[in-house]
Ligand binder design. Structure first.
Ligand SMILES: [Zn+2]
Length: 57
């Protein structure tokens, strides 16, 4: 299952293949904040990619 994390501090979003146990702490690779919003929709994944492609072009 691929999860999408969105950092609530710097709004950096990244995907991570999440292990079965949900105890390990995930941190934002950009700012190290652990206040993350988690999504698990592949549709949203495409939406985020589309958003970033548009944003960076
Ligand atoms: Zn962050």
């Amino acid at each position: 299952m691929i999860y999408i994390y969105i950092c609530k501090k710097c709004f950096y979003s990244f995907e991570k293949l999440y292990p079965s146990q949900q105890n390990c702490q995930i941190e934002c690779p950009k700012c190290g904040c652990d206040n993350l919003e988690t999504q698990q929709s592949k549709t949203l994944s495409n939406h985020i990619k589309d958003y970033f492609l548009t944003d960076r072009s």
